[in-house]
Design a protein around this ligand. Structure first.
Ligand code: MN
Length: 350
């Protein structure tokens, strides 16, 4: 039974003079199917809020890694207070310092079949644009619940992210001619593979060492990538050059890491996208990988995608040469070959 005070906890946490979130009221039971929303919420930690309509309010859980795509892996679902029905289409910036401060947008909205709607267990089939299939949620410890996908994966060909692999390398070469090439500035620093899943970022060096915890400023890139699962090739660069990045690689306490990340920040320069939502892109031509990479629109103080120049490389090569900078020429039709030095990537000058 819908009672007006089901939203009192929701209201008590918010100052409606300061936030544009709806104040809300308990709605009457709707005709037709109940609705759900999943909001991507960039609060203290990135998460996805799943809200299911029941008794005139939205029962809510914060999914720290989003929806599981396979029955093999359950995700944490932190139970949160009921929200008003008006939250179904809420998007915007909740002010810093307020409860849930940060940007929120509708990741998906749709309707669901309610199979079981108990206090400690919920089974629903979601019918959204992105979220599909039968899921169960069950309480296991206090407000911590788990969400389990009961249906087989919506994309049966989907594969988990692979183990870290070494980068493709360039070989010294001459300026190629014709329009089948792209030219990038060679950035000096430490080459890393960045794997992003459920908004979390893992960083691996070329020999497979996990250095994720050393670069908290780069790990925030998960917020920019969101729910897309990707593997990215890039270089960690710093104002102090390669040596400055190498100092950051040394093991240190978390307080030292935090201090170094502020005093000697690095920037991840991403130039290739090797995996996309369960599908390898290694055999895909460079220019299609580049399109995927640009779709991520990586542009921040701690991460970015440098320009790739198409067409005649000679003016760029001459300018780079004058400044003692090397270029990497990449054949636009070429696949990515982990660990290989390939003539499809030519290092020019420097
Ligand atoms: Mn939230």
């Amino acid at each position: 039974v819908a009672a007006p005070d089901r939203l009192s906890s929701y209201r008590s946490k918010r100052d409606f003079e300061r936030t544009s979130e709806p104040k809300g009221k308990v709605a009457k039971a709707p005709k037709g199917a109940p609705r759900f929303v999943i909001q991507q919420h960039s609060a203290t930690a990135l998460h996805w809020d799943l809200r299911l309509e029941q008794d005139g309010v939205l029962r809510s859980w914060a999914l720290t890694r989003g929806l599981p795509w396979t029955p093999d892996e359950n995700h944490l679902a932190v139970h949160t207070e009921d929200h008003p029905m008006q939250y179904l289409d809420f998007e915007g910036d909740i002010p810093e310092g307020e409860y849930g401060g940060g940007n929120m947008f509708v990741w998906d909205v749709g309707w669901f079949e309610p199979h079981e709607m108990l206090d400690d267990k919920v089974v629903v089939t979601l019918h959204g644009q992105r979220a599909q299939g039968r899921h169960s949620l069950f309480a296991f410890k206090g407000k911590n619940w788990l969400i389990h996908r009961m249906d087989p994966p919506a994309d049966p060909a989907r594969q988990p992210l692979p183990a870290p692999f070494p980068p493709m390398k360039a070989v010294p070469g001459r300026l190629p001619t014709g329009d089948g090439w792209a030219f990038e500035v060679e950035h000096v620093g430490v080459r890393v593979l960045a794997q992003v899943s459920g908004g979390g970022v893992d960083l691996f060096t070329a020999d497979g060492e996990d250095v994720s915890t050393r670069f908290p400023e780069v790990r925030r890139m998960g917020r920019a990538v969101g729910s897309t699962e990707v593997a990215l090739d890039g270089v960690l660069a710093a104002d102090g050059g390669e040596q400055a990045v190498r100092r950051r690689l040394e093991p240190a306490s978390s307080s030292t890491v935090r201090r170094r990340s502020q005093r000697e920040p690095v920037k991840l320069l991403v130039f290739d996208c090797l995996w996309w939502d369960g599908h390898p892109l290694l055999d895909v031509p460079w220019e299609e990988r580049r399109e995927r990479l640009e779709a991520l629109a990586l542009d921040d103080v701690a991460w970015a995608t440098p320009t790739a120049h198409l067409g005649d490389g000679k003016p760029l090569r001459d300018a780079a040469k004058a400044q003692g900078i090397a270029l990497i020429a990449k054949r636009r039709s070429s696949p990515y070959r982990p660990g290989e030095a390939s003539k499809d990537w030519r290092r020019l000058g420097g």
